[in-house]
Design a protein around this ligand. Sequence first.
Ligand SMILES: NC(=O)c1ccc[n+]([C@@H]2O[C@H](COP(=O)([O-])OP(=O)(O)OC[C@H]3O[C@@H](n4cnc5c(N)ncnc54)[C@H](OP(=O)(O)O)[C@@H]3O)[C@@H](O)[C@H]2O)c1
Length: 439
Amino acid sequence: MSAGLLSKPPASLDFETSVFNKEKINLAGYDEYIVRGGRNLFPLLPIAFKGIKQIGVIGWGSQGPAQAQNLRDSLAEAKSDIVVKVGLRKGSRSFAEARAAGFTEDTGTLGDIWETVSGSDLVLLLISDAAQVCLMSVALGSPFTFATTLELEYRSDIFGERGVLLGAVHGVVESLFRRYTENGMNEDLAYKNTVECITGIISRTISTKGMLAVYNSLSEEGKKEFEAAYSASYYPCMEILYECYEDVACGSEIRSVVLAGRRFYEKEGLPAFPMGNIDQTHMWRVGERVRSTRPAGDLGPLYPFTAGVYFALMMAQIEILRKKGHSYSEIINESVIESVDSLNPFMHARGVSFMVDNCSTTARLGSRKWAPRFDYILTQQALVAVDKGAPVNQELISNFLSDPVHGAIEVCAQLRPTVDISVTADADFVRPELRRSGN
Ligand SMILES: NC(=O)c1ccc[n+]([C@@H]2O[C@H](COP(=O)([O-])OP(=O)(O)OC[C@H]3O[C@@H](n4cnc5c(N)ncnc54)[C@H](OP(=O)(O)O)[C@@H]3O)[C@@H](O)[C@H]2O)c1
């Protein structure tokens, strides 16, 4: 069976910089250009922002607080006198949050949106996508910055979060937890063999040694289980991912986000439907129990079947992005690095809602919409195929083992910061309404 996607070469993107050191890296045979991140870049900030007196950061969701404080603190360290000012809509309850983070009206670092926009030489528009469809940021705190276009970045970003980064991984663990417990597995063990396995040992190993290291560490019996799961899950995952990519690319998905945003409020005689919770089911209560007795640093078991399904999902996403012409640095960022280094650690610390609901409104909505599609197709097709003893598609397995993406991930791993993201069990939601204290 072939995926039947047309192949385009990965986008070849170059950029000019007279301030930063541009490096050429080779990813799977393609030359790409990056700027390596690091604190050593701070002194270059005043040069990069030459002529700018004020940077306006508009919005205070998940991105606003992070970008505003990152810029303010980085510029202060570089002894720059550029002002970072936060702009919010009138009456916004985020004023109090921004003040608590040190942005105040008195110091001219907090104000109304329009006054902030008109007084700024550079603006980061970080309000929800339902209110605007525009975003772009340069993240000097990232492992590296790569070239892309707004169109390609928009597609891979919105698609990626519906796929392996948030929605799909949620669907995978729900489907597998149900399967394992229905087959008689103790529920604590089933949670460990699904969520903990993905957010712990699998994420850590991929992050530092790549995907093949996970596969190679399995026993012969484990490899067989992995291969059965991988083979049965690859095309079902690809089917939903393919549909999702095309919905994003043609604008349907963002339209659905805008419409969902309108349903948050009562209108046309119909009630308001704000976003509901996603971690109130029994599985996530089991998760709380597992975490409460988890020894510090425990990475959970490596369960081959879970690894097979998760890798099939990741590889199917990589293949879609590759065939749709995205560059390797973007593909790896949106399918591997963000997953294992940024997002899975949140689910590891406090469950699925903590991972999903600390992301943008667009991501939270998309994850809620697409997760059930992955859960359903895996349950209805992949797991049934395994139970029927469907033969393993050896071509899929050998393609996985020889995929050029593994070499490219290795190059990216060398650019990885030496410190891991730290999400502690007492970390709280960025959105005040979701915090434990509820304030
Ligand atoms: N590239 C990435 O990796 C990435 C990751 C996350 C987010 N993003 C993008 O960053 C942007 C912001 O996302 P986010 O998660 O920080 O926030 P969000 O939850 O999507 O939006 C929250 C902010 O939007 C403001 N807002 C909502 N409707 C508004 C309106 N009609 N007028 C003015 N302000 C309005 C809210 O104001 P109040 O404070 O007054 O409620 C709040 O400050 C989005 O474009 C998102 O897609 C990108």
